[in-house]
Design a protein around this ligand. Sequence first.
Ligand SMILES: [Zn+2]
Ligand SMILES: [Zn+2]
Length: 366
Amino acid sequence: MGNYKHLNDHIYYSELYDKLTINDCEYWENQKDIHIENPKTKEEAERQSRIIFTNVAVELSLWLEKGERYLKKEEMIKQWMDRDRAKDEKLENAIEPKGIRCLQCSSPNMNCISRDLMTDSYDKEEVLFMFQCDKCNKRRAYWENGIEWQSKLYLCSKCQSEMDSAHIKKDNGVETTYSCQKCGHKETDSMDFSKKEEVVDPDFEMKRKKYCLSEEEGRKYSSEKINLEQMADLGKKWKEEEDNKELYDAIAKIKKLTVFELQNILSPICEKAGYVKLEFEKPEIQKDVTLGFSLQDSKSGRSEWDSVHDLQKLIRNTLKETNWRLMSDGVNYRLGFLTGKLRGVEGKEKLLNLVEKDFKKRDKLS
Ligand SMILES: [Zn+2]
Ligand SMILES: [Zn+2]
């Protein structure tokens, strides 16, 4: 036994892979168009520029194809070898069914003459054992699980009835004749088992040199690819910053104030507008900083509604270009005593959110 080797050496898979690479690259090569020498008319000139554009695109595709095929080569070869090794192991480890007798003469002396991986009726690859009778040479085939192999039903193309089959051995294979039990229609099919001499493409080595990268060329491709990706990333970043220029400008303009600085700015402005004794509570520090505040309205005769709205407007305007905002609950008023909460953010992401929210509010208003 052991005549069922699927696994080949590395050279075999390497050449197979290169043949596929050559096929892919030749496909691209065939997309190239021939330049027009000295275009004379406007149409010719237009066609010429299209051709030039196409050819540049094809060159780029070829460069990518060659490079990517090179980078994936060893992984693919490993997969192929693992697959074929597994097939060999499956065959090697399969257990030969016992107790097979000849269907013709009932002799128990059936010799197993081959084992092969075949697709069963569930489309699964399983091991099929072929037995041959010592006495009359009649054969029977069994799957590893002990179920006898059955030829697939062959239906007549004319009347869809079941057909009988007869096999004739030829020098290089088997010829099968099917005849319909009902209408007598006959069909033949032949299987060629002769080993075909592989036709060697005389240009194989030359094409290989052209399309299959060497280790050094592969390294060069890798670094060129990284450079290109970095350039693309940079371009994307530029584009993004350009698209969001207004946003980034607004963020750059934001004054990041500490609680102390906030009090120093807010206090005099409020006092000027008739709100005195600005006091902050102890800040609550969670994701952002929440700061409760209180003030007293010193302007007599100002109504509750005016007092609240004037203060809200004042705080919003004062803090517009800072990292602090009046929280959405707004300001509460009891007998001239005003309270509310401020929210302060830090960090680029948070500031971006803040500005985006402002922009949305502004867009809604406009
Ligand atoms: Zn027999
Ligand atoms: Zn028929």
